[in-house]
Design a binder for this molecule. Structure first.
Ligand code: ADP
Ligand code: MG
Length: 700
């Protein structure tokens, strides 16, 4: 019988002949307890012996790999007390010195007589050829042209010990069950499962290793996608959604009143959302749109759709500043709109929008809670205060969650729980590449606003690298203020301490007031200010009573003051791309020309980040750069489940595989929702997700 992964997951590594007590302990230190763990402990890389050089032939500047035996080891200390380990190795053709700085353990690792592969750049030191801190692989005396090198921990097993255990495991496992039908394998050009497991551990050529990796990476992605698609279907099955009235009057009147025409992207988004709202299943949709793409009017239309069919809406934002601003903006957008009310003389009453944050007074709150329960409050806007127990809705119909990345999955669920299966729209202004979205938000439908409203001039971004350029930036601030515009100065990011960050903003305000911006009206905004003060600072900036707002990153999210046309970001090298992009999105919100000045010197990765910011204002392009620079950990980090199974697949390298896996998952689950015709696949999904999740997914 062909081997199922669940079978391998049940067998402890101690069943292998090669594993005694001591090895079992070392393996467990590496997180390997079961045979499946061992087989999915994939090589980190390979040593291709066909690429091996002879020491005799090495020239200065070469990047080379040599296989040699340690002849002599010495350790010495420099004057500033750093250790240097010097190892002389010999490969039959010549001698080479390998030097290691501050790695005293190398002397133990590379005892005389040890055979190892050394990979590094050849340079000249005191007239002889050497490699400084080469990569070392203790491959042992294994034969074969391509030798796998396994990830190792300091106390763990050596790479060749692992290799021989893997070989035993593979041999005893025999043939693996194949989860995919042959036509799919052919179409995607994937090798079969059994061969893939063998080839990834013992490839005959590098091409072999790559092909094996591709197959197994695809399997990881497919399992994740199948679980996500099944989860989506399960939610749809479980929940009885509300069929909203989508051709009521309210939305139409709202759109007629807008002082601008919707963009095509907004129109498309409205249609997709309306179709969800009219449908029998609760909506579960992500609205991704770059800063300024106009997400607010789209979500308001969704909320009004609920209201016009006799329900209530809720809009949750991550910060007080943002909630208050949404409240002000939405209230203005909805002024003069009415809803039917048979109890009144005219048969209608004004639409009621309320705000709930931690600042809401107790009496106000009591009034609000009552209005929510009777249904008199049509739309509630607020922070996570919305999640408190006392908040009970009469008939909650649509929930909008702004800036998803600040809320956890549980909070999404908590808000959804305030109604009976309301429709949920999650909005994010942190674009992530579409393929990444498939991976992270695969249980949500996706709508992208990929168009900015017309008439925006892209923000001109300048990297001010020195005092002269900085002086020019301040000149621009002064000139814009003189022209009736406003500016932001964003203060350095101080890690982990809001208090220190607040202090640095206060100091910066004093410095500017005493110096270069002394004659302008300056305001201050930071997270440590009492909410009332924060609100006053924002109100007076919005009203134009303040020329320059000195702020911390609290303004990062959603602050909308179209008259602000300049932003100075200090110590920009300390910010990540996503954050810089969010900050910059605070200017360029009107038709006027806008500027963003990035102050900053060198820092790790600063050159790439800041030049990318200068080059483009496209959030999706920047998201790709971010992914390149930081890797997927930052995107996948927020996802708890399923990610442990992603050992090979990489968002960066495997975009195409992500898309294909998504496609296969959708079609497989579409035809066979409980995976009854795909028993091997079903077995793997159960093995990879936890029990509770599996019970949920497979409940029919
Ligand atoms: P974001 O997607 O960043 O939340 P907003 O919804 O805050 O964007 O919209 C940014 C600005 O653009 C707001 O001032 C809004 O009134 C305006 N806006 C939205 N849609 C359009 C449009 N179709 N045409 C012109 N201006 C628009
Ligand atoms: Mg917004």
């Amino acid at each position: 019988m062909a081997r199922l992964l669940s079978g391998l997951a049940d067998v402890p590594v101690t069943k292998l002949h090669g594993v005694g007590e001591k090895k079992a302990e070392a393996l467990s230190e590496m997180g390997i307890a079961r045979v499946l763990d061992l087989l999915t402990h994939y090589p980190r890389r390979y040593v291709d012996r066909t690429q091996q050089a002879e020491i005799r032939d090495l020239s200065i500047g070469d990047e080379a790999m040599v296989m040699a035996t340690v002849k002599k080891v010495g350790t010495r200390r420099t004057r500033n007390r750093r250790t240097i380990v010097e190892v002389d190795v010999f490969d039959g053709s010549g001698y080479l010195r390998c030097t290691f700085f501050n790695q005293p353990w190398r002397a133990r690792q590379l005892a005389t007589g040890t055979e190892a592969v050394f990979f590094g750049k050849v340079d000249m030191y005191k007239g002889r050829r050497q490699m400084s801190s080469p990569v070392v692989d203790l491959v042992g005396d294994r034969t074969g042209r391509i030798v796998p090198v396994y990830p190792q921990s300091e106390k763990g097993l050596l790479t060749w010990e692992l290799a021989s255990l893997v070989e035993e495991a593979l041999e005893r496992a025999g043939d693996f069950a194949e989860p995919l039908p042959a036509p799919v394998l052919r179409e995607l050009d994937l090798m079969d499962r059994t061969r893939a497991f063998r080839r990834i551990h013992c490839p005959e050529t590098m091409a072999d290793a790559y092909a094996a990796r591709k197959r197994l990476a695809f399997d990881e992605l497919l399992r994740l996608q199948i679980a996500l698609v099944m989860r989506k279907r399960a939610v749809e099955r479980e929940a009885k959604g509300i069929r909203h009235l989508i051709d009521g009057e309210l939305v139409g009147r709202f759109h007629d009143k807008l002082p601008f025409a919707l963009t095509d992207a907004q129109r498309r988004a409205n249609e997709e959302i309306a179709a969800d709202l009219a449908g029998p299943h609760p909506m579960h949709r992500l609205l991704q749109g770059d800063v300024g793409s106009g997400k607010t009017v789209v979500c308001v239309a969704a909320l009004l759709t609920a209201i016009q069919s006799g329900h209530q809406g809720a809009l949750m934002a991550p910060t007080e500043v943002l909630a208050e601003q949404h409240y002000i903006g939405v209230r203005d957008l909805l002024a003069d709109l009415t809803v039917p009310d048979p109890a009144t003389l005219l048969g209608e009453r004004p639409l009621r929008v309320d705000l709930l944050t931690n600042r809401t007074t107790a009496s106000e709150r009591a009034r609000l809670h009552a209005g929510l329960r009777t249904g008199e409050v049509d739309l509630l806007i607020g922070t996570h205060a919305l999640l408190t127990e006392e908040v009970e809705f009469h008939r909650l119909g649509v929930v909008v969650i702004d800036e998803q990345h600040r809320f956890g999955v549980e909070q999404r669920a908590a808000l959804r729980g305030k109604g009976s299966d309301p429709d949920v729209l999650v909005m994010t202004a942190t674009p992530i590449p579409r393929t990444a979205a498939m991976l992270v938000y695969g249980d949500l439908d996706l709508t992208i606003l990929d168009e900015l409203p017309p008439g925006r001039t892209p923000v001109r971004t300048v990297w001010s690298r020195g005092p002269l350029e900085e002086a020019e930036a301040w000149e621009r601030v002064r000139a814009q203020v003189a022209a009736g515009r406003q500016a932001y100065v964003v203060c350095p990011l101080v890690e982990d301490s809001e208090r220190i960050q607040a202090r640095s903003a206060t100091e910066e305000l004093e410095r500017l007031r005493a110096g270069i911006l002394g004659d302008l009206r300056l305001g201050l905004l930071h997270g440590q200010m009492p909410s009332g003060e924060k609100e006053r600072a924002m109100t007076s900036f919005r009203a134009g009573e303040v020329d320059v707002l000195v702020a911390t990153t609290v303004i990062e999210v959603g602050v909308d003051v179209p008259n602000a046309t300049v932003m100075v970001i200090e110590d920009a090298e300390r910010f990540g791309i996503a954050q810089l992009h969010q900050l910059r999105g605070r200017v360029g919100r009107g038709a006027a020309e806008s500027w963003c000045f990035l102050f900053g010197g060198p820092g790790p990765g600063a050159e790439e980040r800041l030049t990318a910011m200068v080059r483009t204002t496209d959030g999706f392009e920047l998201a790709e750069v971010d992914l390149e620079l930081r890797g997927e950990g930052t995107i996948l980090g927020t996802r708890q489940k399923g990610q442990s199974d992603l050992k090979l697949a990489s968002l960066r390298r495997d975009k195409d595989l992500v898309r294909r896996a998504r496609g296969v998952a959708v079609s497989v689950v579409g035809e066979d929702p409980a995976l009854e015709q795909h028993p091997v696949l079903a077995d793997e999904i159960r093995t990879m997700v936890d029990e509770e999740e599996a019970a949920f997914l497979f409940k029919s």
